[in-house]
Design a protein around this ligand. Structure first.
Ligand SMILES: Cc1cc2nc3c(=O)[nH]c(=O)nc-3n(C[C@H](O)[C@H](O)[C@H](O)COP(=O)(O)OP(=O)(O)OC[C@H]3O[C@@H](n4cnc5c(N)ncnc54)[C@H](O)[C@@H]3O)c2cc1C
Length: 382
């Protein structure tokens, strides 16, 4: 049978894409090399931050605001709790990119927020120990989404809308007709044909998208869960916000409250990891991974300096400017891609699914995606 669209990779973005395409009546084949909501890619670890006062650029705000609506719609359709609003605190020196970036987005889009000086941060959130030069931007609407539950919800709904999903089905090769007339995708089980192809391969995108013209770098990232030395209640969603704390020019210290007390409080460092390849990564959390995060915990959130309950290695797929790639493939209009999420993509997953479905079905989208064009790097395409 010939499909309308084949989706390669059913992780955060591919599961949402398969769902959107199937819900719009397409015959969809989804191919995933591992199991559903596995822990070998970029979308595991129970929680992901979602926030509107977007420090990476105001261009993301309309997309993330739409994402909040889509997460709530997915909750209704799936019966799962997926988005938990906890409030969010961005921390850094006055004038830092973290503070000025989130403030610009908040002001441009009238996102409710408060600016806090160090004494006010200590008063409102005594868990934090900012020095006197640290200021904060507090956003009440920030919180966390649940990636594994989100993926499973999207996959289940995709199947309910008739999508065929194959797991343990690595794609070995794909070909697209240069004139736009369809695609062929090869797995160990067979060769499949479709009119269009969506590639949402996460950290494996460099292998599948060599001719995209975007230099993608995969980065090893470790997420840890700490047990507080005092009551976990002080680190629950009502009392402890998600936080992003500028560390130096290139890295941020961040954390997520204990949504489930047994799991502890997530704390990690955004960026600063080793450059790796998806199939050759060290998946074991090393003592040095813990030491780097613990040093920041001890200095900035001393009551969290307890046992490390769990840890997980994850991957970022970075573009040079850390903005996403979401577009039709420059060489094949019937191939659409979403990748290079540079460590901040999951919150957008339902919207990315919508955008890829728009591009696959209509060849265009109403969503603002100019920032994500692959040709911004100016590379020549074969
Ligand atoms: C530690 C960590 C913390 C993060 N924190 C946040 C956060 O707080 N907020 C936020 O918004 N984002 C965050 N992110 C980023 C976000 O999680 C990612 O941007 C997003 O999950 C990427 O989704 P994806 O679909 O591109 O990748 P994945 O979910 O990894 O999906 C790609 C899928 O493609 C499959 N695949 C690849 N190649 C093939 C093939 N040849 N054949 C078949 N299947 C294939 C893979 O097995 C995988 O399932 C974080 C990421 C990490 C690692």
């Amino acid at each position: 049978m010939r499909y309308d669209t084949i989706v390669i990779g059913l992780g955060g973005m591919g599961s949402a894409t398969a769902y959107q395409l199937a819900a719009r009546g397409q015959r969809v084949l989804g191919l995933e090399q591992f199991s559903a909501a596995h822990t070998l890619g970029s979308s595991h670890g129970h929680t992901r931050i979602i926030r509107q006062a977007y420090l990476e650029g105001a261009a993301y705000v309309p997309l993330v605001q739409h994402a909040y609506d889509r997460w709530r719609a997915l909750e209704r359709d799936s019966g799962e709790q997926l988005l938990i609003v906890t409030g969010g605190l961005m921390l850094g020196p006055e004038g830092s990119d973290t503070i000025s970036g989130s403030r610009t987005s908040a002001e441009l889009y009238d996102i409710p927020h408060e600016l806090l000086d160090a004494p006010e941060i200590r008063r409102r959130f005594p868990q934090f120990r900012p020095d006197d030069s640290t200021v904060g931007l507090y956003e009440p609407s920030a919180g966390a989404v649940r990636p594994e539950a989100g993926i499973l919800a999207h996959l289940r709904l995709a199947e309910q809308h008739g999508a065929t999903l194959q797991f343990d089905a690595p794609v070995r090769a794909w070909q697209a007709d240069a004139a736009g007339a369809g695609v062929r995708v090869t797995t160990d089980r067979g060769v499949y044909e479709a009119d269009t192809l969506a590639i949402t391969a996460g950290a494996w995108a460099p292998a599948l998208l060599r001719d995209l013209g975007v230099p993608l770098i995969v980065e090893r990232q470790v997420q840890l869960w700490f047990e507080p030395t005092e009551s976990i209640a002080a680190f629950g969603p009502g009392r402890f916000p998600i936080f992003i704390w500028e560390n130096d020019a290139d890295t941020h210290f961040y954390g997520i409250p204990a949504l489930d007390p047994a799991l502890g409080v997530k704390a990690a460092i955004h960026h600063g990891g080793a450059m790796v390849q998806a199939d050759m990564i060290d998946r074991t959390v090393q003592p040095d991974d813990v030491a780097r995060v613990r040093a920041l915990v001890r200095q900035r959130i001393p009551a969290l300096d307890g046992r490390v309950i769990d840890g997980a290695v994850c991957m970022y797929t970075n573009t040079p400017d850390e903005h996403f790639v979401i577009a039709a493939h420059p060489a094949y209009r019937q191939v659409v891609v979403a990748g290079g999420f540079s460590g901040h993509g999951y919150k957008f997953a339902p919207v990315v699914g919508e955008i890829l479905a728009d591009l696959a079905i209509d060849g265009a989208t109403q969503h603002p995606i100019a920032l994500f064009a692959p040709d911004r790097f100016g590379a020549a395409i074969d």
